[in-house]
Design a protein around this ligand. Sequence first.
Ligand SMILES: NC(=O)c1ccc[n+]([C@@H]2O[C@H](COP(=O)([O-])OP(=O)(O)OC[C@H]3O[C@@H](n4cnc5c(N)ncnc54)[C@H](OP(=O)(O)O)[C@@H]3O)[C@@H](O)[C@H]2O)c1
Length: 255
Amino acid sequence: MTMNDTKIALVTGASRGLGHNMALALARKGVDVIGTYHSNKTEAEATVAAIEALGRKCVMFHLDTGNCSSFGAFAVDVKQALAGNWGRTTFDHLINNAGIGIHASFAETSEADFDRLMNIHVKGVFFLTQTLLPLIADNGRIVNLSSGLTRFSLPGYSAYAMMKGAIEVLTRYLAKELGPRGIAVNTVAPGAIETDFGGGAVRDNKQINDFVASVTALGRPGVPDDIGPAVASLLTDDNRWINAQRIEISGGMVV
Ligand SMILES: NC(=O)c1ccc[n+]([C@@H]2O[C@H](COP(=O)([O-])OP(=O)(O)OC[C@H]3O[C@@H](n4cnc5c(N)ncnc54)[C@H](OP(=O)(O)O)[C@@H]3O)[C@@H](O)[C@H]2O)c1
């Protein structure tokens, strides 16, 4: 593969959990990575080292996806990294993955928590994608992370799930508007996965872990390795005609 054939993916929230796993899975398929982290610089550096050990390039930037005013400067950093590391002006795949979980009943969801979720999961995804648009190559791809919780309802996720629902609608609009540039846009909706998400509840709380296993056709909660390789293969040329879709990856949760 020549340098010019190498694809570059930008993955937000690549320091931990699903983003970290996606970044490694992409690297295993020969894709270079621009990653972002928010609070865990050490884990971000570990992601870089793991990708370099696979023989791929990785640069990592600090980014708060809940702070739109920082996106312009971030795009300048990405532009410089593309020129310096790859001799390019564009990258190929944008994965809007970064996110947080806040579990609260509808009655107890505070305005502050609502705004925090909204800034990270909706406003941030909308304006980060808009800001990066000139840097996404024609015929590139965008993947937006949603959740199984948009299809089925579990108590405590009304704010989070409705915002992921917004991302699914945004995906279809982006697919429509970016189609003329050959850019395919899809939603990936994981079921409950054992990560640090939401305080690591699915992984660490036995009652929740058992509940998820009991409502999942394949009989267990997901692990990051159930998601990263699936996203990496979605981004291969084999799947280039998949567009404007919501792809649930949940082992058959609540079917
Ligand atoms: N795990 C699940 O059960 C599940 C199910 C469905 C959907 N999802 C979605 O999948 C995505 C990834 O979740 P995960 O399970 O991998 O969570 P995670 O293990 O908690 O990792 C979250 C990642 O997002 C980054 N991040 C958090 N807040 C950020 C902010 N304000 N700005 C930029 N980056 C930020 C974190 O960076 P630092 O480590 O540097 O702070 C970390 O890399 C999220 O969109 C989530 O909603 C997760």
